[in-house]
Write a protein that binds this ligand. Structure first.
Ligand SMILES: O=P(O)(O)OC[C@H]1O[C@](O)(CO)[C@@H](O)[C@@H]1O
Ligand SMILES: O=C[C@H](O)[C@H](O)COP(=O)(O)O
Length: 955
């Protein structure tokens, strides 16, 4: 009696009779309720079931619907922050283990011939040998059951993975086999894998493999071709008709014939003598698709020794009911050959069909897996409820359709996985892949949590009253959001963020702090940026006067390894040096030490914040399909709206409690996407208005803090959505979720950048202003004066400057009002107006600029940006110079009442600020932008008032 005959006995049950013919019935299905209810066990005991196979479609059916898995999903989500892929795998492994347990007695009774449960590697890896091997190894260990089979596709790339897995002693079920030629490669891979073991002196005993030969799908394709030809009046209609429903079984029989030859070969004999088990042929895809055929056609017709048939539940029941058991597989082999040669004669392209079926099979499993992961991600979001932010889209129909199409394109191209894998071709195919460390930085930070917590305790112990962060752009805007959003924490210093060269503003900050009890954080990734360097020089000098030799102990820096600032910090005996990641650009650095160090200093709850960020990361994971991936959805809306609808002004409004998010977002969006004449133009904090004040160039993003919403904003957004404006509402249930949004917007920006077709990680046009500024400060150092600079017009306290081309366009008027009118008259639909104020940024000036921008917006119906220099140069400045030429710029400068020295330099902060304004103006003009500078002489307050009146009159 062979192992296959074990368990026979019930003569009336065709399923049980299969054993007598050497065939093992397996079940092509898995579901938790089946295992948990004892149904699976019953099939084993009553029907002689000897194995189970699963595939992505089967799991999709099992997990994608119903509530079977809900309790475990809830329990996992309560314990851990995971992505949809991990969630799926945890559920799947649970099921596979449970089924393996039920089948273990079969495994034992049949001496490891049967009793297996198959788990398929991710279908996304079907064309990647190395990744498939790694995944097979990983799943094998994760499940940890001896009667597991790892399913690997029998593609050209899969075959070497089969060999490698077998050589490692992993049981393999080779799936998606349609053609004899592919099957031959797989047989070779199996044998070679075993031989590899033997050659290393390892045992080949107990290693099992099946080759899953798909049957019914072949008939589906061939019969379709036959039907089409008959319908078209083919002369061979009769012969064609005679082949319907026959080719698949004939093809399978040929494979079996090949197998018989193999197991008789001397090569195999050697392995068999060493105890190897043959790789059995497993008939898969054995449910009948064509209802005109017998419902058990692909079971009845393929019964033979040492084979498996994996049967879906309905067919299993049908076969139990009326299956006919006989040695059909070995019957009429000549007949099978005749069918195949007849098919060839008739021009039925079996080779082409099997090739297509492999491609379609892989695609089908990918689609099923996408659907499964999408369903799990949706369930996850629903179960997490307020633990994650919630996004609602109100899009006009045409934009909505275009976004859906984009999401589908992202899905079919596997773009989310490509992004996570660092595929630079998603952008411009240059060095983008080197700038993606932000994707996983949160995981690293959580691992390093104790480092930050220890530092936090040290800061507390030292009893600092204030902390002053000196930095620009990505090194200051994230910390500023943290400071503004989370406020002062008991026992920790008040965190201030200074990102200006305006002497008055520097003095304001100096007045707010008690230097003797201040911790200075010098924050600069590159370590070479002018502002943090001169601000450090200034405050170090000031602090030295108070602290003497202890001054270094009041300074820390966050900078990239090897930077100039690292040298400075070492030389000056800074208390601590924290390092950034070189593979993260400034604007993507908030979750690295650039945000974490100031957060620690301010006494923020680091673990909770990082966990929120981790939720952001996991919700945008590689496993989360585009339509359920909040980062991809947001990025697609922004990218598609700009690319296809001219809606490139991303208008960001946040609830008062989180209002500063917009300033951080401005840099992220503008500096990442504004280049090559394309890009998104962020419009931050422009008080929300009635629908009729807007042109058709906007997308609105509403960051709504649900714990403290603003009813006026709610009403205004409802009106915008009602009016058909595109509105994305992101609801943050608590402040902490700004960290989740940091990650999501970074991801969305990368996605939007890909859609627009730019490199989202460089800032090519920022450098130009820096060079011009440097020229001017160098000139000052050499000569002690600034190069001459003449206004083209003057009116009262105002002096107007422009390059010759812009000046020519504006010279017609001589009064402030006329010049401003001429300037603003150059703006048309789709343009934006940016006010670039190089003045102290305090409450009064912020209110002023807000008032002025609204008068411009309402007068011209154009988007407005209200920016302070030089801060914006490290933020939106990139898009103003490198993005679409739709900006109309107005620089506003003033006399400096206060001036401050820059230690070690001839120039002062006032000179630097002037050089920055001139440098930027030069580059704006050189890029053909419409730009005008208004300098206010004398008293700033009254000058600003007059300017507001003149602007209001001009628009
Ligand atoms: O951190 P750093 O190197 O001082 O740079 C500050 C900012 O300046 C920029 O390089 C632009 O000038 C930004 O990208 C960056 O966030
Ligand atoms: O391994 C099993 C196969 O995935 C399954 O039998 C495919 O069957 P189908 O063609 O009915 O989808």
């Amino acid at each position: 009696m062979t192992a296959y005959e074990a368990g026979t006995g019930d003569a009336a049950n065709p399923l049980k009779q299969l054993a007598r013919h050497g065939q093992s019935p397996w079940l092509d299905f898995i579901q938790r309720s089946y295992t948990e209810s004892g149904k699976l066990k019953k099939l084993v005991e009553e029907d002689g079931l000897k194995g189970v196979t699963s595939n992505p479609s089967i799991f999709q059916k099992a997990m994608g619907h119903g509530t079977d898995y809900d309790p475990q999903i809830r329990q996992i989500l309560a314990d851990r922050i995971v992505d949809a892929g991990t969630l799926y795998e945890t559920l799947a492994i649970h099921d596979i283990r449970a089924a393996a347990k039920v089948l273990h007695p079969v495994y034992a009774q049949t001496a490891k011939v049967d009793g297996y449960v198959s788990l398929e590697v991710s279908p996304y890896l079907a064309r990647d040998t190395k990744a498939t091997i790694a995944e097979a190894r990983r799943l094998w260990i994760a499940v940890g059951a001896p009667n597991l089979m790892i399913k690997i596709p029998g593609t050209d790339e899969g075959a070497p993975a089969v060999q490698a897995a077998i050589a490692e002693g992993i049981n393999v079920n080779v799936t998606l086999l349609f053609s004899l030629s592919a099957y031959k490669k797989v047989v070779e891979a199996y044998i070679a894998g075993l031989e590899e073991r033997l050659s290393r002196g390892e045992s080949v005993k107990g290693i099992a493999s099946v080759a899953s030969f798909f049957v019914s799908r072949i008939d589906v394709k061939i019969d379709k071709e036959i039907d089409a030809r008959i319908a078209a009046g083919d002369r061979e209609a009769e012969s064609l008709r005679g082949l319907r429903g026959k080719v698949a079984i004939a093809n399978a029989k040929q494979a079996y014939e090949y197998w018989q030859g193999i197991v008789r070969s001397p090569r195999w004999k050697k392995l068999a003598d060493a105890g190897a088990m043959p790789q059995r042929l497993l008939w898969a895809s054995t449910s009948t698709k064509d209802k005109t055929f017998s419902d058990v056609l692909y079971v009845d017709g393929l019964i033979g020794p040492e084979t498996v048939n994996t049967i879906p539940p309905a067919t299993f029941d049908d076969f139990r009911d009326h299956g006919r058991v006989a040695d059909t597989l070995t019957q009429d082999l000549p007949g099978a050959h005749r069918v195949i040669s007849e098919a060839r004669r008739l021009g039925l392209d079996l080779d082409g069909v099997t090739r297509t079926l492999v491609t379609e099979g892989v695609r089908g499993f990918e689609d099923a897996f996408d659907a499964l992961l999408g369903a799990i991600a949706a369930k996850q979001a629903a179960f997490l409820g307020n633990k994650v932010t919630k996004t609602t889209l109100n899009l006009p129909a045409s934009l909505d359709t275009a976004v859906r199409e984009e999401l589908e394109a992202w899905r079919t191209k596997g773009n989310v996985r490509r992004l996570w894998a660092g595929d630079a071709t998603l952008w411009t195919g240059r060095d983008e892949g080197n700038w993606l460390k932000w994707l996983t930085i949160v995981d690293d930070q959580l691992l390093a949590l104790s480092k930050f917590e220890e530092f936090q305790a040290e800061v507390k112990a030292r009893g600092f009253r204030d902390a002053l962060l000196l930095g620009m752009g990505g090194s200051s805007l994230g910390p500023e959001v943290l400071a503004q959003t989370f406020g002062k924490h008991e026992g920790f210093p008040h965190l201030y963020v200074l990102d200006s060269t305006d002497p008055q503003q520097i003095r304001d900050f100096q007045d707010r702090i008690d230097i003797s009890r201040t911790l200075f954080i010098v924050s600069s990734k590159s370590g070479g940026t002018l502002e943090p360097n001169i601000l450090k020089a200034y405050f170090f000098d000031q602090a030295k006067k108070v602290l003497g030799d202890k001054v270094g102990s009041h300074f820390i820096t966050v900078t990239d390894p090897g930077s100039h600032m690292e040298d400075v910090a070492k030389k000056d005996g800074f208390w601590k040096i924290f390092y950034g990641e070189k593979q993260i650009g400034g604007r993507y650095s908030v979750l690295s030490d650039f945000g974490l160090v100031p957060a620690a200093v301010a006494g923020l709850p680091l673990k909770l914040l990082l966990e929120s960020a981790l939720r952001g990361e996991k919700s945008c994971a590689a496993s989360v399909p585009p339509a359920q991936n909040p980062g991809v959805v947001l990025g697609s809306v922004l990218g598609v709206a700009a690319r296809d609808f001219g809606r490139d002004k991303v208008t960001i409004i946040a609830s008062p409690g989180i209002y500063d998010m917009g300033a951080w977002l401005e840099q992220l969006l503008a500096e990442s996407t504004g280049k090559d004449g394309k890009g998104l133009i962020p419009i931050d904090d422009e008080t929300i208005g009635k629908p009729d004040v807007y042109g058709k160039d906007r997308v609105f993003a509403y960051l709504r803090l649900a714990e403290d919403p603003c009813p006026r904003q709610d009403a205004a957004f409802a009106a915008l959505a009602e009016a058909g404006e595109p509105v994305v509402t992101i609801e943050l249930h608590e402040r902490r979720q700004v960290l989740e949004e940091f990650f999501r917007w970074e991801f969305a920006t990368a996605v939007a950048g890909s859609i627009i077709g730019i490199n989202a990680f460089n800032q090519p046009d920022v450098e130009a202003s820096k060079i011009e500024t440097k020229k001017i400060t160098n000139a000052y150092n050499e000569t002690g004066k600034l190069p001459p600079y003449e206004p083209f017009a003057k009116d009262g306290p105002f002096a107007f400057y422009a390059d010759p081309k812009n000046a020519a366009a504006l010279k017609a008027g001589t009064t402030a009002e006329a010049i401003l009118k001429a300037h603003f008259a150059r703006a048309g639909a789709g343009d934006y107006v940016a006010l670039l104020a190089y003045i102290d940024r305090d409450t009064a000036t912020r209110e002023w600029i807000q008032k002025v921008r609204l008068s411009v917006r309402d007068g011209l119906k154009l988007a407005t940006a209200a920016e302070f220099g030089p801060r914006f140069q490290h933020s939106t400045g990139q898009a103003y110079k490198g993005g679409p030429n739709t900006g109309v710029f107005m620089q506003i400068t003033c006399d400096d009442v206060v001036n401050l020295p820059v230690p070690g330099e001839k120039y002062t902060f006032g000179i630097v600020k002037e050089a920055q304004a001139r440098g930027d103006m030069e580059v704006l003009a050189e890029r053909g932008r419409r730009v005008l500078r208004v300098h206010i002489h004398g008293d700033l307050k009254s000058g600003l008032e007059k300017l507001a009146q003149a602007i209001s009159a001009a628009v």
